[in-house]
Ligand binder design. Sequence first.
Ligand code: MG
Length: 194
Amino acid sequence: MSGREIVDTVPGWLHRAEGEMLYRYAAKGVGPLLEVGSYCGKSTCWIGDAAKETGRVLFTVDHHRGSPEMLPVADCYNPDVIDPVTGRHDTLIHLRRTLERADLEGTVVPVVGSSGQVAPWWRLKVSFAFIDAAHDRVGVMFDCESWGPWVHHGGWLAFHDSDIPGIASAVDRARDLGFELVDECESLKVLQRS
Ligand code: MG
């Protein structure tokens, strides 16, 4: 199986056309790929397939403890990702199952930690970075400023949910940092570093 063959069965909020666009840009370029915000691995299926087919690696960063919009009564609450033993939000096992079913365990490396824990230690240039983690203005701005500079010149930086004002601000910030908007689909924006 591939990521694309199972992606419709993976929980998450990504339209197929957005996934296809992620796949197209992720498959270009040379070098490792990065995703910030894995959840259960829906977008990981698309980007992971691109990495696998081009013989590269995808690092996907997530603390797997959920975010405010995933709390009970919030819009994105999903009781299936609550660990029955601890009662806590835990999407790591779901991501692992997705990677196994998609035959992507040899391609995708889950990095378990928050963006704030991992970003200060990151030292690797990437050809493509997809940011779909914190959805609040402060969080996504941190992600933009922390991860954007690791995209090499000519590489791509993509944001999901850019219709949310805080994320739109981060897209504007990316433009200040030398990225140019090159494509969009639904709430997905793709920028290229000049
Ligand atoms: Mg999203």
